[in-house]
Design a protein around this ligand. Structure first.
Ligand code: HEM
Length: 526
C-alpha cells in the first residue's frame, strides 16, 4: 500500500526522526505536485526605461509611432516591448508569430478594448462597436449583426451600388482630376452611407459626410493617449462640470452632442425614410424591416443604430487611405501599371469596365492590391486590444488589463516574411505554386481574433472595383511641370486607346500620401 503525504502526518508514528523526515518528504512532494511558480516572478517584457509618473510619454514620437516600436524591438532584441503611458501599461507586438499566438490563438482573453474614461464614459462612446467590451453581451450581438450584413453572400446585394459609385468616381476623375483626393473621399462616403442608410451622396460637400468627418476629427483628439487627466486619475470624473478647472467635463458634454452626428442623425433620417416607404434598401432597412416581420424593440434599435454608425467610421478613412496609396504606388511604378492594364485588356477587354463578377479573374490586379495593403497598411498599428487575465508568453509576464498593440506596419515590412520589404513588387504574390507565395497581408491588415474587421470582404470588393476600373479607364503618371520636367506629383493621363479624356493638370499627391506612411524616401520608382 502506498503512503500518502497525509498518512505521513499520522500521530501513530512515534519515532521523531521518522516524523521529521516524513514531514520534509511530504512537503517536497506537496510542493512539487501543487506549487506552480507564480507568473508574478516572471519579468515584464523589455522596453525603454519609464519616468516615475509619466512613464514613457517623453519617448513617444508625434507621428509614425510604429517605426519607433520597430526600433525598440531591435534595440531590445525582442518582438515584445512593454511601455507605460501614465498608468496605462502597453504591450507592443512586433512579429507575426507573437500576434497570432496571442491575438488569434488566445483571442478568448485578448479581445477586449482598453478603458478610456473620457472617450467611453464621459463622451458616451462605450457602446460604439469599436469600443464595446468583449465581456458585454452586446459584443456578440454586434458581431453577429455585422457579420450577417457584411459577409460575402450578403454583400452581393450591394454589388450594383458599388459599381454605380465606381462609375461616379471615374466620371469625377475625368472631369476634375486635380481634386482627386476629394473624389476618393466622396466615393468612400457614398459607398458606406448608402450601404449603412441608403443615403445618396451627390457631391464633395455632402452634409452627412461633412458633419461625420468633423465629429470623427473630434474623436481623434479625444482618444489621444495622455491627453486627459481624467484618464490618469479616474476619480476626477465625479467632479461637477461647474467646478473650476473641470473644463474637460464641459468639453466632454459638447463632444458627446457632436458625436451623435456619426450614428444618431443619419439613423433617424433612414428610419423616417423607411417609415414613409420611400427608401433605398440598406443595412439599416434590412434590420429594421426583417424578413420574418418582427418589429425591433428599443434595445434592438439601439444596436442597429450603433452598427450603422460603425460602417462609415470603419469603412471611409481606411478605403481612402488605401486608394491614396494606390495612386502613389502606381505613379512611382509605371511598369506595374502597364502590366495590370495589359491583364485587364486581355481578360476583360476594352469595351467595358471591370465588374464585381471579375474580382477573382484578374490575378495580377489581385496581387497588386495585396502589395498595396502590405506596402502601406491602412491601419498601421491596428486598434488596441486589452488582455482580460494575467498571462505569460516567451517567459514574460503580461499583466491583466494591459493594452495590446499589434505593429501591423512592422509585420508588413519584416524582411523574414517579405524579402526586400521596401521594394514594391506585386510579383511576391504571383507564384504559380501558391505555397511559394509570401504571406498574404490580408491575414493581418484587417486585425485579429474576435475583433477582426467585419467589413473586410466589403472593403476588398470596393477597392477591387475602384482599382481595376481606374486602371481600365486612365493611365496615371507623374505630372510634367511648365518646363517639361517630371515632378514628384501624379497626374491622371488618358490612355488614348481607352476612354478618351482631356489632359489633366497635376495633382499634389505624394505630399499628402506621405502622412499615411509607407517607406518614405527609400522608394525607388521603376
Ligand atoms: C482597406 C479597408 C479596411 C481595413 C484595412 C480595415 C482594417 C481594420 C482593422 C485593423 C480593424 C481593427 C481590428 C482589431 O481590433 O483587431 C478594423 C475594425 C473594424 N472595421 Fe475595418 N478595415 C477596412 C474597411 C472596413 C469597412 C469597409 C468596414 C465597414 C463597412 C469596416 C468596419 C470595421 C468595424 C465595424 C470594425 C470594428 C470591429 C470591432 O471592434 O469589433 N472596416 N478594421
Amino acid at each position: 500500500m502506498s503512503i500518502l503525504p497525509w498518512d505521513l502526518l499520522s500521530p501513530t508514528m512515534v519515532n521523531e526522526n521518522v516524523t521529521i523526515s516524513a514531514l520534509i518528504l511530504s512537503l517536497i512532494l506537496f510542493v512539487s505536485l501543487v506549487y506552480k511558480p507564480s507568473s508574478k516572478k516572471l519579468p515584464l517584457p523589455p522596453g525603454p526605461a519609464p519616468k516615475f509618473i509619466t512613464g514613457n510619454v517623453h519617448q513617444l514620437p508625434k507621428s509614425e509611432p510604429w517605426k519607433t516600436y520597430e526600433q525598440w524591438s531591435e534595440v531590445f532584441k525582442s518582438p515584445l516591448i512593454y511601455i507605460r503611458i501614465f498608468q496605462r501599461h502597453i504591450l507592443i507586438l512586433n512579429s507575426y508569430k507573437s500576434v497570432t499566438d496571442l491575438l488569434e490563438t488566445r483571442s478568448a482573453i485578448y479581445s477586449d478594448r482598453p478603458t478610456s474614461w473620457m472617450h467611453k464614459e464621459l463622451v458616451g462612446r462605450k457602446f460604439a462597436v469599436f469600443n464595446v467590451s468583449s465581456s458585454h453581451p452586446r459584443f456578440r450581438v454586434y458581431r453577429k449583426l455585422l457579420h450577417s450584413g457584411l459577409n460575402a453572400r450578403a454583400i452581393e446585394v450591394y454589388n450594383a451600388l458599388m459599381e454605380e459609385e465606381t462609375g461616379v468616381l471615374l466620371e469625377n476623375l475625368g472631369r476634375e482630376p486635380a481634386r482627386f483626393l476629394a473624389h476618393l473621399r466622396q466615393n468612400a462616403g457614398a459607398v458606406t452611407l448608402k450601404l449603412a442608410y441608403g443615403w445618396s451622396v451627390t457631391g464633395t460637400n455632402d452634409p452627412f459626410v461633412t458633419s461625420i468627418e468633423e465629429a470623427l476629427e473630434v474623436q481623434t483628439q479625444v482618444i489621444r493617449p495622455g491627453r486627459w487627466l481624467v484618464d490618469v486619475f479616474p476619480l476626477l470624473r465625479f467632479v461637477p462640470a461647474w467646478f473650476p478647472g473641470a473644463d474637460f467635463k464641459r468639453k466632454a458634454a459638447a463632444y458627446k452632442e457632436q458625436m451623435k452626428t456619426v450614428d444618431e442623425v443619419p439613423y433617424k433620417w433612414a428610419k423616417k425614410q423607411i417609415q414613409s416607404g420611400e427608401y433605398i434598401p440598406s443595412f439599416t432597412s434590412h434590420h429594421l424591416l426583417p424578413e420574418e416581420g418582427t418589429i425591433p424593440d428599443e434595445e434592438q434599435e439601439d444596436i442597429i443604430k450603433w452598427c450603422g454608425g460603425a460602417l462609415y467610421a470603419g469603412g471611409a478613412d481606411t478605403t481612402v487611405s488605401f486608394m491614396t496609396s494606390f495612386f502613389a504606388a502606381i505613379t512611382l511604378h509605371p511598369k506595374v501599371q502597364k502590366r495590370a492594364q495589359g491583364e485587364i485588356d486581355m481578360i476583360i477587354g476594352r469595351d467595358r469596365v471591370p465588374k464585381s463578377k471579375d474580382q477573382h479573374s484578374l490575378p495580377y490586379v489581385s496581387a497588386l492590391i495585396k502589395e498595396i495593403l502590405r506596402w502601406a497598411p491602412p491601419v498601421p498599428q491596428g486598434l488596441p486590444h486589452c488582455v482580460t487575465q494575467d498571462d505569460e508568453y516567451l517567459g514574460y509576464r503580461i499583466p491583466k488589463g494591459s493594452t495590446v498593440v499589434a505593429n501591423i506596419w512592422k509585420i508588413a515590412h519584416d524582411p523574414d516574411l517579405y524579402p526586400d520589404p521596401f521594394s514594391f513588387s506585386p510579383e511576391r504574390f504571383l507564384n504559380s505554386d501558391s505555397a511559394q507565395n509570401q504571406l498574404d497581408p490580408k491575414k493581418f491588415v484587417f486585425g485579429f481574433g474576435r475583433r477582426t474587421c467585419p467589413g473586410a470582404q466589403f472593403a476588398e470588393l470596393s477597392i477591387f472595383l475602384n482599382v481595376a476600373s481606374i486602371l481600365s479607364a486612365f493611365t496615371i503618371s507623374k505630372s510634367v511641370d511648365d518646363y517639361g520636367k517630371k515632378s514628384a506629383r501624379s497626374s491622371i493621363l488618358p490612355l488614348l486607346s481607352r476612354v478618351i479624356l482631356s489632359h489633366f493638370p497635376a495633382v499634389s499627391l505624394l505630399e499628402s500620401w506621405k502622412c499615411y506612411d509607407c517607406s518614405g524616401d527609400k522608394l525607388v520608382p521603376d
